[in-house]
Design a protein around this ligand. Structure first.
Ligand SMILES: Nc1nc2c(c(=O)[nH]1)N[C@H]1C(S)=C(S)[C@@H](COP(=O)(O)O)O[C@H]1N2
Ligand SMILES: [Mo]
Length: 310
C-alpha cells in the first residue's frame, strides 16, 4: 500500500475541498428551505476541526463527496442506493447519542458519543471501500482508531470477539418497520481484528461530521473487509467470548460469512468477486486480496483456510 504524509497535499485536493465545502453550504441551505414545511430540523452536520492527516492513506483518488453521500447501503432507510440520502436526513436525529459498552470487560458503561471519541486525537484516513456487490469507492474518513477506544473499557481475557449493534428505533429508522433484515443490524470482529491499527471508528468524511446516510454519528470502518462489516450508527459495543452471529450471516449463511475478507478468489454464490466497478470510473478494476491491505493484515489469518472461513 502506498502511504502519503501530511505535507503532501496536492493542489487538486485543496480545490476539491473548497468545492465540497461549498456543496455543504448549499446542502445546508437546501435542507433549511425544505425544513420550513416540516418540523424544525436539528443541525446534523458541520465542519470537523483539528484533525490531522496521517499515514494509512492510499494514493487512489478519493470518490466525490456527491457519490459517497448519495450512493449508500443503509437498509434501515430502504434498499435502493438513493434511499438513505433521501429518507435519513431530518428523520434520523443523531443528537444526543450514547454508546453502551458491555460484556467481558473491567469497566463497562454507557458514554455519550462525544466522550467516547474525545480522548483519542481525530485523524483523516483515506481508505478503499469495497462492497460485496462488486463496486468500490475511496473515502476520506475522519475518525479515531478503534483500539484505544476499546482499551479504556479494559477488555478481559475472555473477550475473544467484539459485537457491534446499530440503533433500533423504527421512528428514526423507518425501514425497520419492515422485516427486510433481523433488526437491529449486528456485526462482529475477532478481538485482534478489532484491535488492528487499520480498524477505525469514523465520525466524519471529507472534513465534516458524518451525514445520517453514512452512519452518523459513528460507524465502523474495516477497510480489508466487505463494506457490510462496517456497521453504521452504533449504539452498543459488546466484548464476548463466542463468535457472534451477524445480521448478514443470519440472512444468508451461504453468501455471507463471519470473516468477509475481500477475496477475489472466493466468489459470491451469485456473482464473481474477481473485479469491481470503482464508482466514477469506466473500466472495471481487478479486486485486490484483502482490498490491497494484505501487507498489514494477512498475518491475522495465517494458517486459516480462507475458502472455508469466508
Ligand atoms: N446499520 C447498517 N450498517 C451498514 C449497512 C446497513 O444496511 N445498515 N450496510 C452496510 C453495507 S452493505 C455497506 S457497503 C456499507 C456502506 O457504507 P456507505 O453507504 O457509507 O458507503 O455500510 C454497511 N453498514
Ligand atoms: Mo455492501
Amino acid at each position: 500500500m502506498l502511504l502519503r504524509h501530511a505535507v503532501d497535499i496536492r493542489e487538486s485536493e485543496i480545490t476539491d475541498r473548497a468545492l465540497y465545502l461549498d456543496r455543504r453550504r448549499f446542502l445546508t441551505l437546501a435542507a433549511g428551505a425544505a425544513g420550513l414545511a416540516l418540523a424544525p430540523r436539528p443541525v446534523q452536520a458541520g465542519p470537523l476541526a483539528g484533525y490531522r492527516k496521517r499515514a494509512m492513506t492510499v494514493d487512489d483518488k478519493p470518490t466525490s463527496f456527491e457519490a459517497i453521500t448519495t450512493y449508500n447501503n443503509f437498509y434501515e432507510f430502504g434498499t435502493d442506493k438513493s434511499d438513505p440520502s433521501k429518507y435519513a436526513p431530518g428523520v434520523f436525529v443523531t443528537k444526543p447519542w450514547s454508546v453502551a459498552v458491555d460484556g467481558e470487560c473491567g469497566k463497562p458503561g454507557t458514554v455519550a458519543f462525544e466522550d467516547l471519541i474525545r480522548p483519542v486525537p481525530l485523524e483523516e484516513r483515506i481508505y478503499r471501500h469495497r462492497c460485496v456487490e462488486a463496486w468500490s469507492m475511496v473515502i476520506p474518513w475522519v475518525g479515531v482508531p478503534l483500539a484505544p477506544v476499546l482499551k479504556r473499557f479494559e477488555p478481559g481475557s475472555r473477550a475473544k470477539y467484539v459485537r457491534f449493534t446499530t440503533l433500533l428505533d423504527p421512528k428514526r429508522m423507518p425501514g425497520q418497520s419492515r422485516p427486510i433484515l433481523d433488526w437491529p443490524y449486528r456485526e462482529g470482529l475477532r478481538i485482534d481484528e478489532a484491535m488492528h491499527p487499520l480498524t477505525f471508528l469514523a465520525v466524519g468524511l471529507y472534513g465534516q461530521d458524518l451525514l445520517p446516510q453514512n452512519g452518523a454519528p459513528l460507524r465502523l470502518v474495516v477497510p480489508w473487509k466487505y463494506g457490510f462489516k462496517s456497521i453504521k450508527s452504533i449504539v452498543r459495543i459488546s466484548f464476548v467470548e463466542k463468535q457472534p452471529t451477524t445480521t448478514w450471516m443470519e440472512a444468508g449463511p451461504d453468501e455471507y460469512g463471519f470473516y468477509s475478507n475481500v477475496n477475489p478468489h472466493v466468489d459470491h454464490p451469485r456473482w464473481s468477486q474477481a473485479t469491481e466497478r470503482r464508482i466514477g470510473e469506466f473500466f472495471r478494476r481487478k479486486t485486490l486480496m484483502f482490498n490491497g491491505y494484505g501487507d498489514q493484515v494477512a498475518s491475522l489469518y495465517q494458517g486459516m483456510d480462507l475458502r472455508a472461513n469466508f
